[in-house]
Write a protein that binds this ligand. Structure first.
Ligand code: 4AD
Length: 478
């Protein structure tokens, strides 16, 4: 890019009284004189003032919302109250026009549904550019946290040959001719003929491979896309989402919970310090939205108050059994207000239960651990009671489950028994069980759903609005 960014211009006064050149898109153009130009580098626009009398009138007519412009002129202190500096334009060039009759992103309020249909243009709005800048900052903070704390970044595979991770339905990867699939002698699809010579899928999690690296490099993490072919059309589920998965050797469930809390606080603190304008904008947007709601349904805390609350208060840590006791005796359960009534130990917690615990009972993030073995994955460490495993979930206000993790089963005999019980062919997981044969040790890790974190950090309520181009059932446009 030629010239400097608008962010650079407005964040110091070193350019004042000097000539600057910027490129950007027109946010608005009024009185044939004032262009609000934005280049996406920050929320703020720069005001560019045109000398109407000395400008080619035909060129002026081409300036409309959405057009790409390059502008040169002197940066001066502004006389307007809305901005401290502005550019007195001496030269401008229209790089790309945007026909005002058909340009979809007009300077007015658009619904999120409409913007989802125009996902290729929606980051031209303040809301979406703010969300995506925060998303970018959070990614940076995540890498920074792990780097500062001695973790190595491992690129676990996207295409996986193991269909036994047990985290959800998978998308098949194949180059077989679907109109003429080869079959073996028993009439089944012959995957030996397929590209990899075996069945392959898109990964649902990098955990199993990360475990292999933790068992040699100590502290590792993955941060990559994961894919789930579940037909979950909710505001919290995507078919393609990004997951952060640390995995640490010689660390038990207690260390795992502490790591997750410390990590979440660090990344939230990072954006509070580095995305002030974007958070302010989203906070105002949310406050306006809240005003439309009845008094009793309004959020008690503003966006930044909520983020500050999370970083300054300890997470509440309870066992699954304690959670069940609370839920069994709570008002909505007794009055049968829950869709799924809790009456027995062993029930899986639904999002209505998670939200009750976080939003009504404790009013802070809640960590639940020691879940019943039968509702959790095969690789989780069995407790001495023989019926619970060292699993942990972290629940956040407004989001529900944001983290899922566990101490892993490091005992070969117990793991093999578990694999058999759930009907997976042991041979499929030969390399995973090898890790328990050669130098096995206590180890733990967790998965953080990146988009759920971005939802929490931005106050957005639909997960489709925090990822650039969402993939959901029946939707892979763009
Ligand atoms: O609880 P999950 O399924 O855990 C795992 O995949 C483990 N292998 C992680 C580990 O221990 N390394 O998923 C972890 C997190 C959830 O807590 C949630 O935040 C997010 O991933 N998640 C989804 N986010 C968006 N859309 C979906 N369909 C999601 N499914 C899970």
């Amino acid at each position: 890019m030629n010239g400097i960014s608008i962010n650079e211009i407005i964040s110091s006064d070193k350019h004042v009284d000097h000539e600057v050149s910027v490129c950007g898109w027109v946010k608005s153009f009024r009185a044939n004189r004032f262009i609000a130009l934005n280049d996406g580098s920050c929320l703020k626009n720069i005001q560019c003032v045109i000398d109407f009398e000395n400008t080619n009138q035909e060129e002026l007519k081409k300036i409309s919302t959405g057009a790409a412009l390059s502008v040169t002129g002197k940066l001066v202190s502004s006389q307007g109250s809305k901005q401290s500096t502005e550019i007195q334009v001496s030269k401008f060039e229209i790089l790309g026009e945007a026909d005002a009759e058909i340009y979809p992103i007009q300077p007015k309020k658009h619904s999120f549904e409409f913007l989802r249909e125009n996902a290729h243009l929606r980051t031209r709005t303040n809301t979406f550019s703010a969300v995506m800048r925060i998303r970018s900052s959070l990614s940076f903070a995540i890498h920074s946290y792990f780097n500062l704390n001695g973790f190595y970044y491992v690129h676990t595979p996207i295409i996986t040959g193991s269909d036994a991770e047990g985290a959800g339905e998978q998308f098949r990867v194949t180059t077989l001719d679907l109109k003429n699939t080869p079959v073996d002698s028993s009439g089944k699809i012959d995957f030996k003929e397929d590209f990899f010579g075996k069945e392959t899928n898109l990964t649902v999690s990098g955990q199993l491979e990360a475990e292999a690296y933790a068992m040699s490099m100590g502290k590792v993490y993955t941060f990559g896309p994961t894919f789930r072919a579940e037909n979950s059309n909710t505001s919290r589920h995507l078919s393609e989402f990004w997951m952060i998965e640390p995995e640490v050797a010689f660390m038990d469930i207690k260390g795992n919970i502490e790591l997750a809390e410390d990590f979440l606080k660090y990344v939230i603190d990072y954006i509070l310090k580095n995305n002030i304008d974007d958070l302010d904008f989203l906070e105002t947007r949310l406050l306006n939205e809240e005003k439309q709601k009845p008094q009793n349904e309004r959020n008690e805390l503003s966006l930044t108050e909520k983020l500050n609350f999370v970083i300054t208060n300890k997470f509440k840590v309870i066992t699954y059994s304690e959670a069940i006791e609370i839920l069994r005796n709570c008002k909505p359960n007794k009055k049968k207000k829950f869709k799924y009534i809790i009456d027995e130990w062993g029930a899986d917690l639904q999002s209505e239960h998670e939200r009750f615990l976080v939003e009504k009972e404790f009013k802070c993030p809640v960590v639940i651990y020691d879940y019943p073995a039968k509702i959790k994955s095969f690789y989780m460490r069995l407790n001495d009671d023989g019926k619970t495993v060292r699993a942990m979930d972290i629940l956040f206000p407004g989001i529900g489950e944001i983290v899922g993790g566990s101490q892993r089963e490091e005992r070969l005999d117990v793991l093999l028994k578990k694999i058999k019980q759930i009907g997976i062919d042991e041979k499929e997981l030969w390399w995973y069980t090898d890790l328990r044969k050669y130098g096995t040790a206590v180890h733990s890790g967790f998965g953080l759903g990146f988009e759920r974190l971005v939802m929490f950090a931005t106050g957005m309520t639909n997960i489709r609005d925090v990822i650039p181009f969402p993939r959901t059932p029946k939707n892979a446009e763009f």
